[in-house]
Ligand binder design. Structure first.
Ligand SMILES: NC(=O)c1ccc[n+]([C@@H]2O[C@H](COP(=O)([O-])OP(=O)(O)OC[C@H]3O[C@@H](n4cnc5c(N)ncnc54)[C@H](OP(=O)(O)O)[C@@H]3O)[C@@H](O)[C@H]2O)c1
Length: 284
């Protein structure tokens, strides 16, 4: 079965590419950039296309039987996602796995959560068999904070004291690959979560243990986070992420035990732990 991956050069999609190649599946990646196309692994078919230019989608999808769809956090994310689902329907794609977000309903006021609702709706009503993958906050986001942790001894991501069931991107990629290559996943919605709900303080404690020196959690100050983020991010993105972190601070984003058990059943093992990720990040 040939699977088209939209987002195959990104954090999740690049690992899905590897997982599918290991399983001997046929992989095609759509990218906007001919330069990125050159760096994709051997054995991957590459097409240049852009969800913001829907006229490029029919050629990208022609002959593919399955689609793994990642939509970017962008002001036109809804249009991009709806264009991709419509093109998949018209191209006769038979199975679609969409990367959404954990507990979407609780964060419906947050822009990049809200954008996923109409796309999920379109997926479910496309007539294509589907699986929804709904991940929590990625462990690997901490690579953005690696220098701040080492240089200033602080952990700045606002994770709250209520707990956020963060997940390793490698678990997400495996779950996507299982969904695409083994039977029984059509119509399923999988929460991609860690077994432990991580707090900001616990995260800083783990980094202190790993580095052998104190790391202080500073994420409780949302205004300080936003002021720092504004140096590198556009205002719409600062607002979007600030609303998400405010939600984390007030409500957390915790998985249920049932969600963790279902995921462990899918992976055939417990989800990867944050402690192991933290050790690997600083060993790398
Ligand atoms: N970070 C988290 O903690 C987290 C948690 C839950 C859910 N999510 C969701 O995960 C998604 C992002 O996944 P990611 O982090 O793996 O992505 P990423 O690393 O940011 O990469 C984005 C990917 O999307 C592709 N892309 C961007 N614009 C495109 C367009 N107009 N047409 C076609 N392809 C386009 C890029 O490909 P090219 O540049 O090669 O074209 C790239 O492969 C978002 O929907 C986000 O809400 C993130």
């Amino acid at each position: 079965m040939k699977t088209l991956i939209i987002g195959g050069t990104g954090t999740v999609g690049s690992l899905v590419v590897k997982e599918l190649l290991q399983r001997g599946a046929g992989v095609r990646v759509m990218t906007r950039s001919a330069e990125k196309a050159a760096s994709l692994p051997e054995g991957v078919e590459v097409v240049v296309g852009d969800m913001a230019a829907p006229e490029t989608l029919p050629a990208a999808m022609a002959g593919a039987e399955a689609l793994f769809l990642v939509t970017p956090v962008a002001p036109d994310e809804i249009n991009q996602g709806l264009a991709a689902v419509e093109a998949a329907r018209l191209a006769g794609i038979r199975y679609l796995v969409y990367l959404s977000i954990h507990k979407l309903e609780t964060g419906a006021h947050i822009p990049h959560f809200a954008t996923k609702f109409p796309i999920e709706y379109a997926v479910k009503n496309s007539g294509i068999e589907w699986t929804l993958i709904r991940p929590n906050n990625f462990f690997q986001n901490d690579y953005w904070f690696k220098d701040v942790i080492t240089q200033y001894g602080v952990y700045p991501q606002p994770l709250s004291e209520l707990g956020v069931s963060r997940v390793d991107v490698r678990d997400i990629a495996e779950a996507v690959a299982f969904s695409l290559t083994t039977p029984g996943h059509a119509g399923q919605t999988y929460a991609l979560v860690g077994a432990d709900a991580m707090t900001g303080e616990r995260t800083a404690e783990i980094y202190s243990e790993v580095l052998g020196r104190p790391i202080q959690y500073t994420g409780g100050d949302l205004e300080a986070w936003a002021a720092a983020a504004a140096r590198t991010m556009p205002p719409w993105l600062v607002l979007d992420l600030k609303m998400m972190y405010d939600h984390f601070l007030r409500h957390g984003l915790r998985a249920t035990q049932a969600e963790v058990s279902t995921l462990a059943g899918l992976l055939g093992r417990a989800p990867r732990s944050f402690e192991d990720f933290a050790r690997e990040m600083f060993a790398a």
